[in-house]
Design a protein around this ligand. Structure first.
Ligand SMILES: Cc1cc2nc3c(=O)[nH]c(=O)nc-3n(C[C@H](O)[C@H](O)[C@H](O)COP(=O)(O)OP(=O)(O)OC[C@H]3O[C@@H](n4cnc5c(N)ncnc54)[C@H](O)[C@@H]3O)c2cc1C
Length: 412
């Protein structure tokens, strides 16, 4: 057991909560700072619910720039781009384009896979130790492809056939009968039987409640900010007042970038906006396994009695307001794909900003400030990677891993 330290985690989303919980389990005293009245109110609120441990390929890949151009020309496509006179947007997009090649994608997929599998192992442990129910299930995940070339490429990339099974359209329909009507239009599918689903917001609440019962935990609400202190250290302020701590973990999703700027460095984070619908569908009409409709980039997960449908990447959105055209498009896609699983007109809409790095790999690292660690940038996989990312922070705190400072550019 390492020596106990007073550690402050900034951000009460799934990343910060999992980090705080892992640090408490490691014997530290932890304060979690959250600006909202409760935890899990931002990107972690109504995401796709997929714990997609085996399908972790980053968005940046060979062929994506060309495909994106055709998407950008189509109304209602999965990706939309609003160019801004914002150097940060341009820098992020250039770095994204640089990561769009198969070598970088393969390397980053391996990094994410290791983090994801570590997440799954540790979450099994946490669940067995009595976290409250968060609608967790292990139904497996089926990625269905309509386009034959994309299916062939995905099937060729499978490294472990036990973990990921290549299925014909008929086999897809057997694995998930709710998609049987779609089978004639499918090229095939890839099934990961060990993948899971759960409600991310409920997971946030179960972590909050489990920690509330621990004497060395404090949840403090207020607007956190950082300031350069003495000897290169970082001072934490809450609502403008100094907050004493030994060590700080910045895990505040999209809010992290502004805080890091006060320390003089620029985090390569960009908010990729996505949407979800939650539908109270009749029993027997929803898919049981979690499904990704690859060509439409829509994910479906049954969470208890409801179906969660999530999709879209809007680049250049500044806030998480709901664009009625985008949510109508999502409703339309879901109604065409699973017509019996409605009623879609009563579905609850939601939008959130995925805190994304250009490469898709999160930044979990020391910084040049000796008391500041980062745990940010989990992007489209923040729920999946939350527990593994938290363990990685524990490694850094214990000094178990090489702790080079993250190579961040200076804030301009
Ligand atoms: C449509 C959509 C679908 C998705 N589907 C999936 C999925 O199926 N599976 C998956 O693994 N991931 C999915 N994701 C991604 C996942 O939801 C995010 O990666 C994850 O929620 C990010 O968590 P976070 O804790 O880093 O950020 P957040 O949840 O945004 O939490 C950050 C917290 O920090 C707080 N904060 C910010 N600034 C300050 C400050 N100055 N002081 C104090 N507190 C502050 C905020 O209030 C917030 O509570 C999806 C995302 C979207 C948008």
């Amino acid at each position: 057991m390492p020596a106990q330290r007073n550690i402050t985690v900034i951000g009460g989303g799934v990343t910060g909560l999992a980090t705080a919980y892992a640090l408490l389990r490691d014997g530290h005293a932890v304060t979690l700072l959250e600006r909202r009245d409760d935890v899990g109110q931002e990107a972690s609120f109504a995401n796709g619910g997929q714990l997609s441990y085996r399908y972790v390929h980053p968005l940046a890949d060979a062929g994506v720039p060309r495909e994106s151009v055709s998407w950008l020309l189509q109304a209602g496509s999965p990706i939309s781009l609003r160019l801004r006179a914002d150097p940060h947007q341009w820098r992020w997009m250039l770095a994204f384009l640089r990561a769009c090649n198969s070598t970088t994608n393969a390397r980053n997929s391996q990094i994410l896979l290791q983090l994801a599998l570590r997440s799954q192992d540790e979450l099994t442990r946490w669940r067995s130790e009595g976290l409250k129910d968060f609608l967790w299930r292990q139904p497996g995940k089926l990625v269905v492809y309509r386009n034959a070339a994309k299916f062939r490429k995905a099937a060729a990339g499978i490294s472990n056939p036990e973990r990921e099974q290549v299925l014909s359209p008929a086999e897809c329909a057997r694995v998930e009968p709710a998609f049987a009507a779609l089978a004639p239009r499918l090229a095939g599918g890839i099934f990961s039987p060990a993948d899971e689903v759960a409600d991310c917001y409920r997971f946030c609440l179960s972590l909050r409640d489990a920690m509330a019962a621990m004497p060395s935990f404090t949840l403090r609400h207020g607007q956190a900010s950082l300031r350069q202190g003495t000897n290169g250290r970082c001072d934490v302020l809450v609502d403008g007042r100094t907050h004493e701590t030994d060590l700080v973990v910045l895990a505040a999703g999209m809010g992290s970038r502004q805080m890091a700027r006060a320390m003089g460095f620029d985090l390569p984070l960009y908010g990729l906006k996505g949407y979800s619908l939650t539908v109270a569908s009749p029993a027997g009409t929803m898919p049981d396994v979690s499904v990704t409709d690859y060509d439409n980039r829509v994910v479906y997960a049954r969470l208890g009695d409801a179906l969660r449908i999530a999709a879209m990447v809007d680049i250049g959105a500044r806030d998480n307001s709901i664009n009625p055209r985008r949510i109508a498009r999502l409703r339309d896609l879901a109604a065409k794909t699973l017509p019996r699983a409605g009623p879609y007109d009563t579905a609850r809409p939601w939008a959130g900003l995925r805190p994304a790095t250009p490469s898709g790999v999160p930044i979990i690292a020391r910084t040049r400030a000796p008391n500041l660690l980062l745990n940010v940038g989990q992007g489209a996989l923040g729920f999946t990677l939350s527990v593994g990312s938290a363990l990685r922070v524990c490694d850094l705190v214990r000094g178990n891993v090489r702790g080079d400072a993250a190579p961040l550019t200076n804030a301009t």
